[in-house]
Design a protein around this ligand. Sequence first.
Ligand code: PLP
Ligand code: COI
Length: 346
Amino acid sequence: MKNAKLLKANPKFGTVFTDHMSVMSWNADQGWANHRVTQYGPLQLDPAAAVLHYGQEVFEGLKAYKHADGSVWSFRPEANAQRYIRSAYRLALPELPVQDFLGSVAALVRMDIDWIPTQEEASLYLRPFMIATEAFLGVRPAREAEHIVIASPAGPYFSGGVKPVSIWITQEYARAGHGGTGEAKCGGNYAASLLPQTQAAQHGFDQVCFLDGTDNPAIEELGGMNVFFVKANGDVVTPALSGSILHGITRSSILQLIADRGVKVTEERIQLTQLKSMLESGEIAEAFACGTAAVVTPIGRLADTTFDIAINDGEPGKFTMDIREELTDIQNGRRPDRHGWLTRLA
Ligand code: PLP
Ligand code: COI
């Protein structure tokens, strides 16, 4: 048994896992069956399992937050469940009903409730994923799959805490393309992001930003986060959902919170050339990335092979930090949940 108390004291993202996991099995004849919570541990997979050869896999990411009164909540988990269905559809995996998704998450959280960290900025990160387990090397949708949920006590995604990150825009590689799997949360998209991410790091940047791969390229998103730009006139803009961008739940919540403030916020195709001239003219005052793991992270520097610009002098912007605080306050039960985004898990 791992020492939950010790490990949750200083959790680094994605490195420590709780004692249990939720598992459900599927086959094409019987559908979903055998819901169970088992000890966390290695999986037994046939070496011919389809996931190992053709990458037939999807996943989700959401968090459990312990509120001051000890109750445990998740943020819009139904939206994760619905996205899991859409991702699975694209990867020719079976649909897991929303209630089963929520049930598997809640069962694990209740079992490992002592693992939920309570310090500032910390939560229990939940990682549901589905893999094709049928042992078969032909290229067709597998007839057997497993849905598994694991959990990891998590502090800030970036080791520096809430500090502006630097972003390298890759012109060389795309993570997704028209008609591809960019809207699905599947492992392959992340595998495709690793080399450009490594190159960004070699250039001295924290993260890579992807373009849409067209002749007049537009900004899409980071490897694991959506992006927003705050203009000097107060308006906010984010790349429109192009068919190859992940429908971020944080993104959609932030769009709502910004609109609630009466601020003009638009979803647009933002061409790289246009972005560059808005940065150079000072039209863009702040930029931030957002996602479940990264929450809201200020962007302090943006560059590609032709430009390198500090945003807001490399400091976190006021609007960015305000939105961050509003969102995390709702998630942690410190402000009213006026949109009904929280679901109680325990
Ligand atoms: N874009 C990508 C590629 C991601 O992996 C994520 C993380 O889940 C996001 C955006 C943000 O999505 P969400 O806010 O639903 O976590
Ligand atoms: C998330 O924010 O949940 C993600 O999946 C992003 C990253 C950890 C891959």
